[in-house]
Design a protein around this ligand. Structure first.
Ligand SMILES: [Zn+2]
Ligand SMILES: [Zn+2]
Length: 77
C-alpha cells in the first residue's frame, strides 16, 4: 500500500500537495485528504461567506465568530 504520491516526506512532516497544509502525522494527513481536501465545502455559514468541509469546523466557526452554540435555525419570519 503506497500513497506516497500524495505525501511528501520531510522530517516528521506530511505535506498535502493539493492545498499545502502541513500535518504532523500521516494519519491526520490521510484524514485531511479523505474528508477535507478532496471534498467540496458542504457546510456554509448563514451569516458570512465561510465554508467548511467538516461540520465540526463550521460549528467551531459559528461559536468563535458569531457566538452561536449550534446551527439550528429558527424560521420565525
Ligand atoms: Zn489538502
Ligand atoms: Zn460565519
Amino acid at each position: 500500500m503506497k500513497a506516497d504520491y500524495l505525501i511528501e516526506f520531510r522530517v516528521g512532516v506530511f505535506n498535502c500537495f493539493t492545498c499545502g497544509n502541513i500535518y504532523r502525522s500521516k494519519q491526520t494527513l490521510v484524514r485531511h485528504i479523505k474528508y477535507e481536501c478532496q471534498q467540496a465545502p458542504r457546510f456554509k455559514c448563514d451569516i458570512c461567506s465561510y465554508k467548511a468541509k467538516l461540520n465540526c469546523n463550521l460549528l467551531k466557526h459559528l461559536r468563535s465568530k458569531h457566538h452561536r452554540t449550534n446551527s439550528r435555525r429558527n424560521s420565525n419570519s
